[in-house]
Every structure is written in C-alpha cells, then in structure tokens.
Unconditional design. Structure first.
Length: 158
C-alpha cells in the first residue's frame, strides 16, 4: 500500500472525528422547550431541495422510532427554507399533524419540535429536538441528495 492511501485514510478519519465532535458539541446545547416557547429553528437556505428532503426523511423516520409514528401533533415554527418545508412534508408523511401557530384544542397532545442544520467541514449536521429526545447526525450532501456520514446520536431526557 502506498503512503497516499494511508494519508487519505488518515484524513477521512480526522474529518469523521471532527464531524462527530462538532455534532456532540451541537447536541450538548440542550434547551428545555414547551409548546408556548419553541426555540428558534434554523437551516441554511443553500441546502438543495433534494438534500433537504433526504435529511428530513431520514431524521423524521428516526424520530418516529422514538416517539411513535403519527401519535401526536407536532408544533413547529413556521419556516420557508427548503429544509423547513421538507421537514413539515416528512412529518405529515409519517402521519403527524403539524401546527405552526402553536395553538391547539384543549387536551391535544402537542410535541414541540426544533431543529438546527449547520455546515461543518463539508458536511451538514442535523439535529431534531423535542422535550424528551434529541437526535443528531452528520450527512454528506450533493446537489442530488444527502447520505448519512455518521451514526445517529440519540439523547433521551428524563
């Protein structure tokens, strides 16, 4: 094997470690939420529609594994970014009712949901946060979509 092979492998390992470390830092910024005070969600507008859809689809499927598919109404801050629109569509695709005005009927189970999408070292870090669970993952993004570049990070709140 050549020295170039080992250098490229070492560089990939460093990038993976850096992305994992950045994801851990993002996930450590826990905030408590309730239906009346969602934290601001953010996603860079430069993420393409196909990449936003791929990330939102993967993250919502993982969220559904934790809270059950279509079991509640999701409260989301209104967002016109490609990711915000893709996230709302993915949630509805999994059977969740989605509200953006934070007003519901008395007795309706509402799960406030916030997200952060950020770019780090050529990858995109995605985080979904509810009162009980927080999910995070790094993605490699191309114009045509996105693929997971790290394991899913899961944090449960007691």
């Amino acid at each position: 094997m050549t020295i170039e092979f080992f250098r490229s492998r070492r560089l990939r390992l460093i990038r993976t470690f850096a992305a994992s470390f950045a994801l851990a830092i993002v996930l450590s910024g826990c905030q408590s939420m309730n239906a009346e005070s969602l934290v601001s969600s953010s996603a860079p507008p430069e993420i393409s529609g196909p990449a936003a859809s791929a990330i939102a689809g993967d993250m919502v499927s993982r969220l559904a594994e934790q809270i059950g598919p279509g079991k509640a109404t999701i409260a989301l801050k209104a967002d016109t970014s490609p990711f915000g629109q893709a996230l709302e569509a993915a949630l509805k695709g999994w059977g969740y009712a989605v509200i953006t005005d934070q007003k519901t009927d008395q007795g309706t189970k509402v799960i406030p949901l916030a997200y952060v999408i950020s770019s780090v070292d050529g990858q995109v870090l995605a985080r979904l946060s509810t009162e009980s669970v927080e999910l995070g993952r790094a993605y490699s993004v191309t114009a045509g979509g996105a693929t997971p570049a790290s394991a899913l990070t899961l944090m449960r709140r007691g």
